[in-house]
Design a protein around this ligand. Structure first.
Ligand SMILES: [Zn+2]
Length: 572
């Protein structure tokens, strides 16, 4: 039994995520977690809300709530939606947890001990009206690069250029709108990433099985221009992890917090500590996943994220871990995704364009979305959501192929043999041919799933469903029954066993439908089909079942048109 540690990039706390966010990390991570559990591996699957930084403070101010209360509320909202999408986290943590606070302060202290932190006099925008520094998004103004007027202190959304608040032309406070601003000196901690360049370089070189796309992004940041830059890891804010050296005060850093990008990835580890605490486990129980001196040596660690997050996961977070000099588990495989576009443009949280997770569940159950998103995952390039494609994929793959198979065989059996697996004879030539084909296909499916090839896995799963349909079509028990009822019984027995097999194989993609199929087959047997012939005899003769409700309803043209217009404009 392998031990697999899986983390999904942390969704930011300020609002409900859209489907593009979902397929960019959480959903494929869930697919992989469910698959590995299905194979009998020991899985620890973690995610958390990323709660610090200026966007959270600004969103809380807009909602007229204290920021801690706003984050607690939004965490509940995100947890609920994640549950309803079937995201099977072992723990969904919070980067504002006490565990993360302690661990972030611990890492900072280790980095300081190793001489990897310097104190730098920095120039920051200060608002006389607001009586405070204005880091990152607290300053708005005109982009020096493209002239866009609504540029924020960390980035211009129009031209995507990364900015520093002092770069903005005609800057103003995002809190009060005041232009009574000045640049003041303030002291900040910088992580000396440049001193870790060779170590990071060697570590990246050791990852020979990583996709070129991933290693080339990391190499570019390591070597382009002046090479990897030192990075400010503190901010003049109230909301965040207070700057401390372990348990001790950090002279000169009073009232400052760590930058959100420093503490957020540490939450991957801290969330495991939260899991331990929430489940009455010991420190050793979570450390065996993360400390190579505590048993994590045999753990395979996989991270899922959007491509924009790759530099932080290949350089910044590894710099924190390597620099600590402590034996922490580092990532073994990093699976990154391109972007999902929406109907001829981009999903946009700020513009409210596209379908958001809560809206998706208002119109259809999670499995419909899970299937489409995973089978169209933006792996090798960006992909696009269109309502036509969604309708076609749901109607063909889910309703016509899988749903129809289940409905047809269960109803036919009920009408001719009753609601129990009929006896018939031994499986014949046709059944043996099917077993041979399914064996080949299931081994291919496992190969794609192990390699985290999401689209290829979906294609193979669909082919496995199709093989059963083709068998049923050509065996035609409804005709056989007239002349050879015993043979028809054998065919039906095969069909009912296929339903259980499909439920087990499909559960990572469509867990709710898979559970309905198992429940209709009246079985708790979810064992993986290592031996396909054996798996197709799992439901014995005489075993009771019931005819399930329709698994997947077809999407009508009227519905499609209705949703198309409903989601074309601004989210209300
Ligand atoms: Zn710009």
């Amino acid at each position: 039994m392998a031990r697999i540690l899986i983390t999904s990039a942390l969704p930011y706390i300020n609002g409900i995520k859209h489907l593009g966010n979902l397929i960019g990390s959480q959903l494929p991570a869930d697919l992989y977690a469910r698959y590995n559990r299905g194979r009998g591996n020991e899985v620890m699957f973690l995610c958390a809300t990323d709660e610090h930084g200026t966007p959270a403070e600004l969103a809380a101010a807009k909602a007229d709530q204290p920021v801690a209360e706003y984050c607690a509320d939004m965490h509940k909202v995100q947890t609920d939606i994640a549950d309803r999408f079937g995201l099977s986290f072992d723990h969904y943590g919070r980067s504002s947890s006490m565990q993360n606070r302690k661990l972030t302060q611990h890492f900072a202290s280790k980095l300081a001990d190793a001489g990897l932190i310097t104190e730098v006099e920095d120039r920051q925008v200060y608002s006389n009206t607001d009586g405070r520094f204005l880091p990152d998004r607290y300053v708005e103004g005109t982009c020096p690069n493209c002239g866009h007027d609504g540029a924020r202190g960390d980035q211009c959304e129009e031209c995507t250029k990364q900015l520093d608040p002092t770069d903005l032309i005609n800057p103003r406070s995002a809190i009060s709108g005041s232009t009574d601003l000045e640049v003041r000196e303030t002291k900040h901690l910088f992580l000396r990433q440049s001193a870790l360049r060779d170590q990071l370089d060697q570590w990246i070189d050791s990852k020979t099985d990583w996709p070129i796309l991933t290693t080339s992004i990391a190499k570019k940041w390591l070597h382009d221009g002046d090479g990897l830059q030192d990075r400010g890891i503190t901010r003049d804010l109230d909301w965040g992890v207070p700057v401390k050296k372990g348990d001790e005060d950090w002279p000169g850093m009073e009232g400052k917090v760590f930058y959100v990008w420093f503490d957020a990835p540490i939450e991957y580890i801290a969330a495991t500590g939260e899991w331990a605490e929430a489940n009455g486990k010991t420190d050793a129980d979570w450390q065996r996943w993360w400390r190579t001196d505590m048993g994590a040596d045999d753990v395979k660690y996989v991270q899922f994220m959007g491509k924009d997050n790759v530099p932080f996961h290949t350089l910044s977070f590894p710099a924190t871990i390597l620099g600590s000099g402590e034996p922490w588990k580092m990532v073994d495989h990093l699976k990154s995704f391109n972007y999902l576009n929406y109907d001829g443009g981009q999903f946009s949280t700020s513009k409210g364009r596209g379908v958001f997770m809560d809206q998706a569940l208002e119109i259809l159950p999670a499995d419909y979305w899970r299937w489409w998103l995973l089978s169209h995952a933006p792996e090798s390039s960006d992909s696009e959501f269109t309502w036509e494609n969604f309708q076609q994929s749901v109607n063909k793959d889910l309703a016509d192929v899988l749903g129809n198979f289940v409905s047809r065989i269960t109803k036919f059996c009920r009408s001719k043999f009753g609601e129990a697996v009929p006896e018939g004879a031994e499986y014949g030539e046709q059944e043996q041919a099917l077993i041979a084909e399914l064996t080949t296909r299931i081994r291919a499916y496992e190969g794609h799933m192990d390699a985290m090839e999401v689209r290829k896995s979906a294609q193979e799963l669909r082919a496995i469903w199709v093989a059963g349909n083709e068998y049923l079509q050509s065996a035609a028990p409804w005709s056989t029954f007239k002349t050879e009822p015993e043979k028809a019984a054998t065919q039906v027995r095969m069909g009912l066993n296929l339903i259980r097999l499909y439920a087990v194989l499909s559960a990572p993609f469509i867990p709710t439908a898979a559970a309905s199929m198992l429940s209709a087959m009246n079985t708790l047997n979810t064992s993986w089909p290592d031996d396909v012939a054996e798996a197709l005899n799992a439901l014995p003769v005489g075993h009771d079942f019931s005819v399930p409700d329709v698994l997947f309803a077809k999407i009508t043209d009227d519905q499609r048109e209705d949703w198309q217009s409903r989601f074309s404009g601004k989210r209300d």
